[in-house]
Design a protein around this ligand. Structure first.
Ligand code: OSB
Ligand code: MG
Length: 373
C-alpha cells in the first residue's frame, strides 16, 4: 500500500500545565504545542506532535524554528521526493541538518497515517511486543524539600514504578539524601539536564552512596569524551538524553564508555525510523533503553506509548498519566496508569486514542497548511 501524501496541517495550541515544571535550565508553566497532521490523497490522516519547547534551552530547537523548518523545507522536500511510505520520510529529509524535532513531528504523523490505513495499532505496526508498558515519573525541582517529599509520596501511592528527580548544582545530594532516608529501596534516579562539568567530579561521585538506578545527562550534550571520563570514575550508570540524537551517537557513546543506559526520545532523534535504529543497536549491545518525555500532550504521549512497546525498553519510562499534566487532555480517553504503574497499549488503529478535534480547534492560536502535492 503506497501513500500519496497531500498536505501537512500545522496547528499551534496553548495548554497550561497543572503544575509548573522546573529543571536546571528553566521553568515551564504553559506549553505551546505544535500538532502536525499529515493527509493522504484518500482523505486519511495521521497525527504527530512536535516536541520542541518554547525556548532553546533543552536543545537548539523551539516551536517557532520547527514551524519555519517544516513550512520552508520539510514540506517542499517531501513534495519533491514524492515519498510513498513512512519508512522513507527519514531518508528523504536527511539533507536537513539537525532540526530533528521538526522533522520528527511530520515523520511520526506519517507512521500514524500508514498504520491507520493498514488498520493496525501503531505499536504493533512498528513491531512492538509488549501490550503493557512500565511507567515512572519525572519530578521537577520543588519549592522545598518538604514539597518534594510530599510529591514523591503521592506518586508512589499512585503506583508509579520509579521516581526521577531533577537536580542542579546546590540542589542535588541533599535531595537524594532526604529521599533515601525515607525510601531506602524505591527505584530512584536523578536528571541534571547538563548542569555539571568535570570540575564537579567529586560531587557527582558522592551519588554512588545512594544506590541510584542512574544519573541522567550530567554534562554538556556534545561532551561524550567527558562523560566517558566521568563514567570511569563513578559506579552509578550514566544515562544519556540530550547527547543522543542518532544511532551514530549511540554507537560512539557506547564505544567510548560514555553511558550504560539511554533515554530514547522520539522527537529528539527525528522520529520512529531513527528511534528504531537506536533501539535495535541497544538491543544488540545489551544497553537498556527507556522512553523519555517532553511534557507532551496526548498525541505525543500516544506515540511514546507505541515506541515503548518495542523490545529492549526494559526500564520504566517518563510516560505517565495525562492527569499529571493537564486538566483535560486533547485525546479521549486520556492516558491512564494502573495501580501497578503500567499503561496498556491501545488496540485501535494508529496511535489508538481519539483526538478531541473540537477541543483542539478551540485552542488553536496559529495554523498553516503546507502542500505536499
Ligand atoms: O530531560 O527528560 C528531560 C521535560 C522537558 C524537557 C526535558 C526533560 C523533561 C522531563 C519530563 O524530564 C518528562 C515528562 O514528564 O514528560
Ligand atoms: Mg532528561
Amino acid at each position: 500500500m503506497k501513500l500519496r501524501l497531500e498536505k501537512i496541517e500545522l496547528r499551534e495550541i496553548g495548554l497550561p500545565l497543572k503544575h509548573p515544571f522546573e529543571t536546571s535550565f528553566g521553568r515551564t508553566a504553559r506549553r505551546r504545542i505544535m500538532i502536525a497532521r499529515v493527509f493522504d490523497a484518500s482523505g486519511a490522516f495521521g497525527y504527530g506532535e512536535c516536541t520542541a519547547a518554547e525556548d532553546p534551552f533543552y536543545n537548539h530547537e523551539t516551536i517557532d524554528t520547527a514551524w519555519t523548518i517544516i513550512a520552508g523545507y520539510v514540506g517542499p522536500i517531501l513534495a519533491q521526493a514524492r515519498v510513498d511510505a513512512a519508512s522513507e520520510v527519514d531518508s528523504a529529509l536527511h539533507r536537513i541538518r539537525g532540526n530533528r524535532m521538526a522533522k520528527g513531528a511530520v515523520e511520526a504523523a506519517t507512521w500514524d497515517l500508514e498504520a491507520r490505513l493498514a488498520g493496525k495499532p501503531l505499536w504493533r505496526y512498528l513491531g512492538g511486543t509488549r501490550a503493557e508498558i512500565d511507567s515512572g515519573v519525572s519530578i521537577g525541582l520543588q519549592e522545598s524539600r518538604t514539597a518534594l517529599l510530599e510529591k514523591v509520596a503521592r506518586e508512589l501511592e499512585s503506583g508509579y514504578q520509579r521516581i526521577k528527580i531533577k537536580i542542579k548544582p546546590g540542589r542535588d545530594i541533599d535531595l537524594v539524601e532526604a529521599l533515601r532516608a525515607k525510601y531506602p529501596k524505591v527505584p530512584l534516579m536523578v536528571d541534571a539536564n547538563s548542569a555539571y562539568t568535570l570540575a564537579h567530579i567529586d560531587l557527582l561521585a558522592q551519588f554512588d552512596r545512594y544506590n541510584l538506578m542512574m544519573i541522567e545527562q550530567p554534562l554538556t550534550p556534545g561532551d561524550l569524551l567527558d562523560h566517558s571520563k566521568l563514567q570511569s570514575r563513578i559506579a552509578t550508570p550514566i544515562c544519556l538524553d540530550e547527547s543522543i540524537l542518532s544511532v551514530a551517537d549511540a554507537r560512539q557513546a557506547h564505544e567510548l564508555g560514555s553511558c550504560g543506559i539511554i533515554n530514547l526520545k522520539l522527537g529528539r532523534v527525528g522520529g520512529h525510523h531513527e528511534a528504531r535504529l537506536i533501539q535495535q543497536f541497544c538491543l544488540n549491545n545489551r544497553i537498556p533503553v527507556w522512553c523519555g518525555g517532553m511534557l507532551e500532550s496526548g498525541i505525543g504521549r500516544a506515540h511514546n506509548i507505541a515506541m515503548s512497546t518495542l523490545e529492549g525498553f526494559s526500564l520504566p519510562g517518563d510516560v505517565s498519566a495525562s492527569e499529571r499534566y493537564w486538566e483535560e487532555d486533547i485525546i479521549d480517553p486520556p492516558v491512564r496508569v494502573s495501580q501497578r504503574g503500567t499503561i496498556k497499549a491501545p488496540e485501535a488503529p494508529g496511535i489508538g486514542f481519539e483526538v478531541n478535534e473540537q477541543m483542539v480547534e478551540s485552542l488553536v492560536v496559529r495554523r498553516q497548511d503546507v502542500s505536499l502535492g
